[in-house]
Structure formats: structure tokens, C-alpha cells
Ligand binder design. Sequence first.
Ligand code: AVI
Length: 322
Amino acid sequence: MPQPLAAAHRDAYATDVYAGLTHSPQKELPSKYLYDSIGSSLFEVITHLPEYGLTRAEERILQSHADEMCSRVGPVGLVAELGSGSGRKTRLLLQACARHRPITYYPIEISPTALAQCEGELAGLASVKVVGLEHDYLQGLQEAAAQRTDEAPLWVLFLGSTIGNFSRTAAVRFLRGIRKLLRPGDALLFGADLEKPAWQLLTAYDDPLGVTASFNLNMLGRINRELGANFDLTNFKHEARINGKERAVEMHLRAMVNHDVRIPGAGLPCVTFTAGETIWTEISHKYQAEELIDMAGHAGFTSAGQWIDPQWLFAETLLRAT
Ligand code: AVI
């Protein structure tokens, strides 16, 4: 008998926490678990911080070019977004599309809190029907694509540089996965943060207000709440570090003292931490603009335009499925 979705998610979470915290020599936790309701709210605050320029850069690009992007894609009937975010940026694109014809918008999210927030933000937009899909990205996209009723192109949005949280090979694999669910003529718009100086990245991922530190530490708070663990969050310190080889910035949680932690919900009676060791919680790759078009080419797309914000180097790339 299939398990209810919530129970299946809880089991997958426990399995991933077990695998990550027994991983040697580097303990790790998948970054997708940063986004429970507290983590999603903290991330929303991060997007307003002066040191974290990504979101505002993407907003500036969409404010200036949403109409042009829509005209290049042509009159779409369906828009599917992988990861809904707060819906702030998407509003600009949906308004531009809906000027041509009524559309159905499918935000796709595994977090019900994020989905509800996005639905609330975008409800009431003229000529836009919002249908939230609580799924992982590709499963949700498959479901959205199955709703086509005519030949109009489907437009997929993957904003916010979430692609940067995948390894470079996984990113191309993921773009290929999207392409497989599309028809020639469909479009994909994706945002990606570009390479910039180390000091700028380090303050963006370790802001002086400590919001990113809380966002990262909440990873352990969540394990306490959902898996009955006894992490003492004051035993860990947030750390942002540059990974030059990967052209990325990483987030870690550094143990400040030797201690043990119990995580009954993950079947871990004793996880030992040595002072100085870290749990790796996220990687954010930074790109060169041309590299993004190359990656997309390897996944079966051609470029239909690229817009770069000069104030905070960030690229919005429009692709067409070939
Ligand atoms: C969601 N993602 C693109 C963000 C990033 O920049 O990698 C998450 C984040 N991590 C720390 N600050 C923001």
C-alpha cells in the first residue's frame, strides 16, 4: 500500500540525515532541508539583506525585460515554476504573459508552506489561474505538462539561482531532465548568479546581522523538532567559505567543542562531533555567462536571449527546446 506523502517525506528525511551525519570524513546535510517553515521565512529575510544582491538583481532584470521575454517566447497557455519562492519576481512575468492571453500558472514546491505563501501572493492577478503542485520539480513539471490542451508553448521558470545549489554535472543532468518533459518550441527561463570577488560572496553568505547564520543553524533546529534530536545549537558556528576549485561558496556548521548528539528519529543513538569539524550544508556555484548557454546546449536547448544585471552580476537566460 502506498504511504501517505507526509510519512514518505519524513522517512526520506530521516534516511538522508542518517546518511549525511554518518558520512566520513565530511559530515553533510542536503541543502533542500534548509527550507522548513522557519528556514523559508529566514530565506525570505535574506533576500532583503543589502549584502545578498541576487534577488534584487533578478528583480531588476525582470522589471526591465519581462515584456521582451514574453514576446520572444510567444503566447503561452501554461507557465510552470520550479520552486515557487515568494512569487514576487514571478508576478512581473505572469502580468506580462497574461496581457496576451489568459494563462494557468503552476508553482511546484515540496514545501506546503512555501506553496501556500506563493498562492497567497499571486491570487487575484488578472487572467492568471494559479494551481499549486506539491511535488518535487520534475514530477510536478510532468504533471503540469500533462495539462496542455493546445499547441501553445509551455514556459518553465527556474529562478533565483537554485541551479547553483546543484553540482555542475547535476545541473546539466537536471536541465536534460526538464528538456525531456518539453516539446520543441517550449521555453525555459533560468536565473544564475555569476562569479564575483570572494569578499562580496563571503559577506553575502555570512551577513553581519546573522540571518544567514540562523538560516544555517535552523538545519539542526529542524532535526531537533522533527527527529527528536538533542542538538545544542550554541555548540555550532555558521561558516561561509570559498571553494575555488568548484567556483562556489559553501556553508558549513562548525562544532566548537567535542560532544555527542542523539537523533532517535534517524536511528542514531550517538553522533560524535570533534571540536573543529564541520557539517557541510550547502554549495552555491557561481558561473560565467557563456558557460550557462553551453550547459543548456548540452541539455537540448538553444539560447533565445540572455540579460545580465551589471550592478550585481547575475544572468537571466532564456532558452528554447529544440
Ligand atoms: C536558494 N539559493 C539559490 C540560495 C543561494 O544563494 O544559494 C540559498 C542561500 N544560501 C545562503 N543564502 C542564500
